[in-house]
Write a protein that binds this ligand. Structure first.
Ligand SMILES: [Zn+2]
Length: 436
């Protein structure tokens, strides 16, 4: 990845101060309604207790079984794991970062290559983000105007403007099965008028994205619900975006450091407002606990860099929590990370071996990335199987009591599961208000 000068951005400076204020009547224009879709969403089973559901999401390049976790690739390749290995893990959909792909190899090369599928030899489904989030989080001097997101190129310092139209044009060139609208992204910890401004602007940008979308017959554009942690703003955003009739809807603006209690309540409020016959995607969510909670709340799709990022620190994901392989107790432990895991790492190497090579970062990163992605994918499959068997509440109880075998349940997990009629098994350590 290109080394960028990272500098935190003051959210207040992102708000546009030069544009004339938008009149109340122009906050939401006449909706641009979509009539074309390039997906089919077939419900397979619904949990009779929670809001969890299992479906088949048929996309141009693959039939994706939901609930699904989508690993994130950068520069057309996942950190520490190849597309071939993802295929071996039966991964059917992955993410590509529009910002990175737009920089290198670049839009023109991508078009010449015939899109990202061919470029990285991946024949299954792909989803690309709008590029906006990456820019706001990676670049300095970023500023949001009604026209788009203004930022400074890391390569030559020139100013570049990412408009909704440009974002869609780049994503049309990449050719993913699902592309995301450009939205006005703010941190989930921002409060006040800026949240409302970003929400309404995201609706207006959705209209511009739909109008610019040149491949509606073979690429699906997803709207992104904004509105921060404010339930009323989320409701308004859902109502307006549903009028646009996009093939799917994402819940955006979460996993940005907000309290866990606010996180689950926002998902629990937003998901039931969305159409039942369309996929719901919660962006940036990838901790195993969050995947279980959000699946119970009715979410179908997830993505996160966490499994591969945490692999670089020697962390293996398991049902019992994070296994820190650098710990000296693993030096003589000849078991695999997880005896039930069918991944190449678990079939081939012991904890002791992985512990011994921890200094050689690239090898460990690679082996743990394979296991961690396999863990996430298998967690989703196990949930899907439980939903189809209508045993999902029992799965949740077992999962949570294993994860919290040695520590109390966080209150937010107890509350979120209670909201979908699941009482967790008694925990010998009780319940704590501390987050996890
Ligand atoms: Zn494994």
């Amino acid at each position: 990845m290109t080394q960028l000068n990272y500098e935190p951005i003051d959210e207040a400076t992102l708000a546009d101060s030069n544009m004339p204020p938008i009149a109340e009547t122009e906050l939401v224009p006449t909706p641009v309604r979509m009539t074309t879709t390039a997906l089919e969403f077939k419900l397979v089973a619904k949990c009779s207790t929670t809001r969890a559901r299992a479906s088949v999401l048929s996309l141009p390049h693959a039939d994706v079984l939901t609930p699904v976790f989508m690993p994130v690739g950068t520069q057309g390749t996942l950190k520490g794991i190849s597309t071939k290995q993802l295929e071996d893990l039966d991964c059917r959909i992955m993410l590509g970062n529009t910002y990175h792909l737009g920089n290198r190899p670049g839009e023109e090369v991508m078009k010449e290559m015939g899109g990202l599928h061919k470029f990285q030899n991946w024949n299954r489904a792909l989803l690309t983000d709008s590029g906006g989030f990456q820019m706001v989080s990676l670049l300095k001097f970023a500023r949001v105007t009604e026209e788009g997101v203004l930022f400074e190129s890391p390569h030559d310092g020139s100013e570049m403007l990412l408009t909704p139209e440009k974002s869609v044009e780049i994503q049309n060139g990449i050719g993913a099965d699902i592309l995301m609208q450009l939205d006005d992204v703010i941190s989930s910890t921002v409060t006040g008028k800026r949240v409302e401004e970003a929400m309404y602007r995201s609706i207006r940008w959705l209209d511009r994205c739909i109008m610019a979308h040149g491949r509606a017959t073979d690429q699906n554009i997803f709207a992104i619900i904004q509105g921060g942690l404010d339930a009323d703003l989320r409701t308004i955003c859902v109502r307006e975006m549903v009028k646009r009739n996009t093939p799917g809807y994402a819940i955006g603006g979460l996993s940005g450091g907000e309290a866990k209690d606010a996180f689950w309540r926002t998902v629990a409020h937003t998901a039931p407002l969305l159409p039942e016959n369309k996929p719901i995607y919660c962006m940036g969510v990838g901790f195993a606990i969050d995947l279980v909670v959000c699946t119970a709340l009715g979410v179908d799709m997830f993505d996160c860099v966490y499994p591969t990022r945490t692999a670089r620190f020697g962390t293996a994901l398991t049902d019992a929590g994070n296994m820190q392989l650098k710990h000296s107790k693993y030096a003589t432990d000849l078991q695999p990370i997880d005896a039930d895991c069918p991944c190449m790492t678990c079939r081939t190497y012991s904890r002791a071996y992985l512990h011994s090579i921890l200094g050689q970062e690239t090898v460990v990163c690679h082996l743990l990335s394979i296991h961690n992605v396999a863990y996430q994918l298998r967690l989703m499959t196990r949930m899907r199987d439980a939903i189809i068997a209508d045993e999902f509440p029992a799965f949740v109880r077992t999962f949570m009591s294993t994860m919290f075998a040695h520590s109390p349940y966080p209150q937010w997990i107890v509350d979120s599961m209670r909201s979908v009629n699941v009482e967790l098994n008694p925990n010998p350590h009780g319940i704590t208000s501390a987050e996890r």
